[in-house]
Design a protein around this ligand. Structure first.
Ligand code: PAF
Length: 283
């Protein structure tokens, strides 16, 4: 499997592949790959002849230095895992911070029509400017036909669709379903950092989301939110940061339910110092 660390080299390699009229898929990741990432790669391999998997822990999207430092970096294992799904159709792009930012590690500022101010945007300042900056750069370097993102980061997915629309970037952005551990916990690279007692408690998050979905059938968004907040009030291990029932398109919290709109419930929870997010479609 070819692993590129320099953008000039991968740009040349992609140009060669494009001259052969091959379809290029891209799965941007921050590494520490797990089965959830592999599902994105498998879907990308079904749709494209070549799949570029980027492995890059992007500093500009972290508002917490400690989280950035502790983020797992496991490139050799990532490459081995990718080889289990294809040895010759995957290209890895694992650049250094300098290769990407060229000595100026700062974000661009974006206007995502307000999507950036909801939920994660309220708690992780500058996060979506960092995500927008790196994804725009990757699209510029790799120029994929199709790019795949997980719905676990549903707000990120909507923001990337907005980025592509507003900046006229010629790529199809494809959202892929959340992959879960058998316990129901949404797969995340951060799960490997959970202490045993937190790992044991964390499936509670999805259990609450599923029950909230049932309640949403008969109760208002406010009542469901109140119910969820109460479930976490006296929890020994998990600390709720936010729960929000929002319109799927605008991500704004729903005030009154309407039959012709789709909604999702979003949650962020601390298990010790690990922040976990999840979401569920409600209708
Ligand atoms: O979802 C992620 O892993 C990251 O936010 C992404 C899209 C790779 C950008 O760094």
């Amino acid at each position: 499997m070819k692993v590129y660390t320099e953008k000039n080299k991968i740009i040349d390699a992609i140009a060669e592949l494009k001259s052969q009229k091959l379809s290029i898929g891209m799965v941007p990741t921050m590494g520490a790959l797990h089965q959830g990432h592999l599902q994105l790669v498998i879907k990308a391999l079904e749709d494209n002849e070549v799949v570029v998997v980027s492995v890059f822990v992007n500093p500009t999207q972290f508002d917490n230095k400690d989280d950035l430092e502790k983020y797992p970096r496991t490139l050799d294992d990532d490459v081995e895992l990718l080889k289990t799904v294809s040895k010759d159709a995957i290209i890895v792009y694992a650049p250094s911070v300098d290769d990407i930012y060229e000595g100026n590690t700062v974000s661009e500022t974006f206007d995502f029509d307000g999507l950036e101010f909801e939920m994660e945007g309220r708690f992780r300042h500058g996060h979506f400017d960092g995500v927008g900056t790196i994804v725009k750069r990757f699209f510029d370097i790799v120029k994929p036909h199709n790019a795949y993102f997980g719905e676990k980061d549903f707000q990120q997915l909507q923001i990337i669709k907005k980025l592509v629309e507003k900046q006229h970037i010629p790529v199809n952005v494809i959202g892929c379903k959340i992959h879960r551990e058998t316990s129901g916990l949404a797969m995340s690279s951060r799960n490997t950092r959970l202490k045993p007692e937190h790992k044991l408690a964390a499936p509670f998050i999805y259990k609450i989301l599923k029950t909230a979905k049932t309640h949403f059938g008969t109760k208002s968004a406010n009542k469901v939110t109140e119910w969820v907040e109460n479930q976490f009030k006296n929890h020994d291990v998990l600390e709720l940061e936010y729960f929000s029932i929002a319109d799927t398109g605008t991500l704004k919290p729903v005030k009154r339910k309407s039959n012709n709109k789709t909604y999702r419930a979003f949650i962020a929870v601390y298990a010790g110092d690990i922040r976990l997010i999840d979401n569920i479609a409600l209708n």
